[in-house]
Design a protein around this ligand. Structure first.
Ligand code: TYM
Length: 334
């Protein structure tokens, strides 16, 4: 009933990491052949925590460069920054009135990001998932490729769509399907295998950035935390070994193979030998992407034009949906 359409977003809130690449960007590039795709630098989401205004524009262009360098073709897909299409924020307000406080209170990402000082978190951070639902549903997107950490937010998107459809007795929004695939749907920190690799981690050693050079990549992998045992000979042997599981998952994803194959290949090996191979692999995949990002960043005006054109196309798709929502809600419209 709904036309197949993909939407996904990435926050321009710092360096893109290997987690963003393996959990999201690389999958976006794979999907572009089979779907109509809309990819968004979600700057409105980024400012739910403080962002330096001078850095915002540069980071937004850098995420765009990262997407293009990962293989996303801006002539075939829509690429734009969220604030350029005000329809997201308008639908988000309506969703603020659909979502229940109890639903938002259960969001683990809010709890993590707000930390102990919850009273001091921005209100935007609290209603962040409603804006995310609006991003997706303002295009009636049917599929959303993301990393594993966004699962709960996508469940909320489905709840919002369902409640809106029920409340207004309209089959207006699709019930969106998450697309979470690949061998590394949750890349963990190199310093702590129980924590997600994140662009906001204060330690740069905890992550590989998409634009890290070969020396930085080698250094970070060499110093990545491990345990004292050699590699196991089957995947079950990775249980309770979060660091080993993480490095093997990264290796599998980077080489487009399964974790089973990698475990078999390195059974009984020492971490030092495995890390050397992993470094070579990571450099061979990320090296060209980093150089391509650098080339694209040398012409920020061109990147900005791409986003501007993308926003025009995005709005052509969202305007009729927002119009339909306004009429359904009973707003007078000229
Ligand atoms: P963000 O900017 O944190 O991350 C962008 C994408 O990268 C994935 N990702 C990871 N995947 C695997 N391992 C990791 N360590 C890792 N870190 C990040 C994320 O799952 C995501 O797919 N709320 C979203 C942005 C957003 C959005 C949307 C996404 C806003 N509106 C609508 C989808 C649809 C976020 O903060 O992603």
């Amino acid at each position: 009933m709904f036309q197949k359409r993909i939407f996904s977003g990435v926050q321009p809130s710092g360096n893109l990491t290997l987690g963003n690449y393996l959990g999201a960007l690389r999958n976006f590039a794979k999907l572009q052949n089979d779907f109509e795709c809309i990819f968004c630098m979600v700057d409105l989401h980024a400012i739910t925590v403080w962002q330096d205004p001078k850095e915002m524009a540069r980071q937004t262009l850098e995420v765009a460069a990262g997407m293009i360098a990962s293989g996303i073709d801006p002539t075939r897909n829509i690429l734009f920054n969220q604030s350029r299409n005000p329809d997201h924020a308008q639908l988000a307000w309506i969703f603020n009135c659909v979502a229940r406080v109890g639903w938002l209170n259960r969001m683990t990402q809010f709890k993590e990001k707000a930390g102990k000082d919850r009273e001091n978190a921005s209100v935007g951070l609290y209603v962040y998932p409603n804006l995310m639902a609006a991003d997706i549903l303002v295009y009636k997107a049917t599929h959303v490729p993301v990393g594993d950490d966004q699962k709960q937010h996508l469940e909320l998107t489905r709840d919002i769509a369902q409640k809106f459809n029920n409340d207004y007795a309209a089959e207006l929004f699709p019930i969106t399907e998450p697309l979470i695939f690949g061998a590394a749907t949750r890349v963990m920190s190199l310093r702590d295998g129980t924590k997600k690799m994140s662009k906001s981690d204060p330690s740069d050693q905890s992550r590989i950035n998409m634009n890290d050079g070969p020396d930085a990549i080698a250094d970070k992998i060499r110093r990545a935390r491990t345990d004292p045992h050699p590699m196991p000979d089957n995947v079950a042997g990775l249980e309770d070994r979060p660091e080993a599981a993480n490095l093997i998952g990264i290796y599998a994803a980077l080489s487009d193979r399964t974790r089973e194959e990698i475990v078999t290949e390195f059974a009984g090996a020492q971490f030092s030998a495995f890390k050397t191979k992993l470094t070579d692999l990571a450099v061979s995949v990320l090296g060209p992407i980093g150089s391509s990002m650098q080339r694209l960043m040398a012409d920020p005006a061109e990147l900005d034009r791409i986003l501007d054109r993308g926003a025009v196309k995005a709005r052509e798709l969202s305007a009729p949906v927002l119009d339909e929502v306004y009429r359904t809600v009973g707003f007078l419209k000229s």
